[in-house]
Design a protein around this ligand. Sequence first.
Ligand code: HEC
Length: 202
Amino acid sequence: MSKIAAAGLALFVLLLPAGLLLKATPVPSGPEYTSDGQMKLPENYRQWIYLSTGFDMSYNPTAMQMDHHMFDNVFVNPEAYGAFRANGTWPDKTMLVLENRMAEGKGSINQRGNFQGTDVMGIEIHVKDEARFPGKWAFFIFDNAKTAKVVPTDMACYSCHTEHAAVDTTFVQFYPTLLPVAKSKGTLSAAYVKESETAQKK
Ligand code: HEC
């Protein structure tokens, strides 16, 4: 073997493990932003973990009945779901997606009840990015766009989620696979525990 070939072979053998290592490192699935600070829509969120569907949920006791029905579907990135199952808390870079869809009643063989329409009516994202946001979490509202500006912190989104959500400003009390985990790990917020005790006495 010529010296050059030997050197080439040695280099190949040396670099092989590095190449394998690079290949084995999974692509990080954390939030991505544009240079002007908007969040990019994680377009594969439909392949994430499904948490729940709300039907006509309303936070206002005197709200008028809408003339249509709505579903909201909630998804979370798989890494964050795994960490929550293990610890009952959300890790940094958690992304929760709420997808709104119109309910439809008439279609195919359906006689009663509702099913979800194919058009997405809006997407809201709740993201935990500790280094980026002073309150650790932020909201983004995507109206049919691939990027969205951050929702200002004086909006009601932040206060309602802080005051009423069961775990770390997220509504785990409505996510049936996660509520038992939070209970067993003891990570429910004090405000939520108090609120649910009062509700039970009524
Ligand atoms: C009065 C209370 C209230 C306000 C105000 C509110 N939310 Fe929520 N939010 C909820 C509830 C309840 C759920 C659970 C929905 C479900 O179970 O389907 C929720 C769930 C969410 C989720 C799913 C992830 C999570 O944190 O649980 C997102 C994203 C979200 N809301 C975004 C927003 C945005 C954006 C705003 C402001 C424009 C907002 N919310 C305002 C009560 C509120």
